[in-house]
Write a protein of this length. Structure first.
Length: 142
């Protein structure tokens, strides 16, 4: 049985609505958890993504934003003594962003809070892997 263009459009609109709804719920979740720690959502996202030393460009890619926006966020984290800029070991033009001990402790607390009642926690690990694969396939095939 083939699907008509109208049916395809409806199905795609519904799917886009679900993806958007999930993104909104995740955003709300991050904002709530960030606020509990005295952070903005952008600061929380940066801390969540800083799994090790990285450049500003790498962090911007992980945060899905422009490096200039990341600079603003990192400046605030640096003023809070959560992040330090160190010389890059191989590129003298770049700086490595490194969490301080306080930043590492706050990141661990943030990760704990983000895991509580996450919008994705209703899915099993296997279901999360399947969703991940499907979303990645949709993104890379476009």
């Amino acid at each position: 049985m083939t699907t008509s263009p109208d049916q395809q459009a409806i199905a795609e609109r519904q799917l886009c609505g679900l993806v958007n709804g999930l993104a909104q719920r995740i955003g709300e979740h991050v904002r709530e958890r960030a606020a509990a720690l005295g952070l903005t959502a952008s600061q929380a996202t940066a801390l969540r993504e800083m799994s090790g030393p990285m450049t500003m460009r790498e962090l911007a890619e992980r945060m899905s934003c422009e490096p200039s926006n990341t600079t603003f966020v990192v400046d605030k984290l640096e003023k809070q003594s959560l992040v330090e800029r160190h010389p890059h070991p191989t590129d003298r033009r770049a700086k490595h962003l490194v969490l301080t001990a306080e930043g590492t402790a706050l990141r661990e607390r943030l990760l704990e809070l983000l895991a509580v009642d996450s919008p994705l926690s209703g899915l099993s690990p296997q279901e999360q892997r399947v969703l991940h694969g499907l979303l990645e396939q949709a993104i890379t095939s476009a």
